[in-house]
Design a protein around this ligand. Structure first.
Ligand code: GLA
Length: 387
């Protein structure tokens, strides 16, 4: 009740600023019951490295709303209805743009690339030429290096209240990658609560590419506590075991009989404390699962996950061969989220559809090479329902 009153007051304040704020009309109205932090584009918008960093809004007929920004082509928040129809913010993020420009920022919601996930020892070879990248994760390169595509401003190529396309050209040699690489990501929100991310890339030089969204989810609502009681099913019979620096050995291992078996629904926490070298290396789950090809509408069904309190169910469908499941093991009360809560241990999880980690150095993994003249195109769909 108290929260409802606070939300109503907040909504009234936001409505009163609507006249001077172009995206305010597509925000929650005072009639909607809401769980989470309402975003205000006036206080969100700030300048990062000399460039304006506004808030963009997609909204569908049921009131579901996605908030995005150009810095890292980030998903800042995502409101979807829970089992009672209450709109709930299921994506972790900040209420001010500048908070994303921070080394303690644990990749909340950006597109990561040009190579999401790890490249061993910051090195790979293409046609005999060796490329060296900055290492930013122990001995390895994580999520494209220092700048990647998460710490840069993307251009807004086109936008309306259902679809937005961000574009960015990674200069040749940025973070050591051959390029330039021209990238686009289009977010669209359908009336049946599907958020689709469609990625495209072309390059002037032979290079590597592995783009994904690094959104953190809590389907009970951002800041509502642990994600360990969420129910998870992964459509994966195998995963790629890793060394202690989280680089795969190159082999695919069966999940059967291990804590990595999510082939039937179980809670994220069910086996997370089991004695397992792999769980020790990951400090929990931080592994790539090999999708088994279960098809829905021509896409790989990757995951079904639900919030134990909200009844919100998220299904992920993708053209990618794998999904990285990260159980928020490094979250450590370093930053304050939109809801006012801290990013406490395991209060968010990531499910990142992608190619396998370290693919440029792993001849047996599906290729991540992008040749000049070819177009990389891939999409992933996050569908929200309730139970
Ligand atoms: C990825 C990695 C994790 C961790 C997070 C960000 O998902 O696999 O190890 O680095 O990003 O904290």
């Amino acid at each position: 009740m108290k929260r409802k009153i606070i939300n109503l007051v907040l909504a009234a304040v936001l409505l009163s600023t609507a006249a001077c704020n172009p995206s305010a009309e597509s925000r929650q109205s005072a009639d909607n019951d809401t769980v989470g932090a309402l975003l205000d584009s006036v206080s969100f918008t700030e300048t990062i490295a000399g460039k304006e960093t506004p808030l963009y809004t997609l909204k569908n007929s049921s009131g579901a709303t996605a908030y995005l920004t150009n810095f890292g082509a980030r998903l800042v928040g995502l409101w979807v209805p829970d089992k009672n129809g209450t709109l709930t913010d299921v994506v972790l993020g900040f209420d001010r743009a500048s908070l994303y420009h921070n080394e303690d920022e644990p990749y909340f919601g950006p597109v990561v690339g040009p190579f999401g996930n790890r490249i061993a020892k910051g090195q790979f070879t293409l046609d005999g030429e060796q490329f060296t990248l900055p290492t930013n994760n122990g001995p390895n390169t994580l999520h494209g290096g220092t700048k990647g595509v998460h710490f840069v401003h993307w251009d807004v190529k086109s936008a309306n209240d259902k679809v937005i396309t961000f574009a960015y050209t990674l200069p040749d040699g940025q973070d050591g990658f051959p390029g330039p690489i021209h990238m686009e990501v289009t977010y669209s929100l359908s009336d049946n609560n599907e958020l689709t991310l469609a990625y495209q890339a072309t390059s002037d030089r032979k290079t590597v590419i592995n783009l994904t969204s690094h959104a953190y989810f809590n389907l009970n609502g951002e800041g509502s506590g642990s994600i360990l009681d969420h129910q998870l099913r992964l459509y994966a019979d195998q995963y790629t075991p890793v060394d202690e620096t989280l680089i795969p050995f190159g082999e695919l291992a069966d999940v059967k009989g291990t804590p990595f078996d999510f082939t039937s629904t179980k809670t994220i926490g069910a086996d997370i404390d089991q004695e397992s070298e792999q769980l020790t290396y990951g400090s929990g789950y931080d592994h790539n699962f090999v999708l088994n090809g279960t098809q829905v509408n021509g896409l790989n069904h990757a995951a079904t996950v639900s919030g134990d309190q909200s009844g919100i169910v998220m299904d992920i469908y993708t053209e990618e061969p794998g999904i990285q499941f990260y159980s928020g093991n490094f979250m450590a009360d370093r930053v304050t989220l939109k809801s006012g809560a801290k990013d406490s241990y395991r209060t968010g999880f990531c499910l990142e559809p992608q190619h396998f980690p370290d693919s440029p150095n792993q001849p047996n993994f599906p290729t991540t090479t992008l040749n000049p003249g070819d177009t990389y195109a891939t999409k992933s769909v996050y569908k929200f329902t309730t139970k």
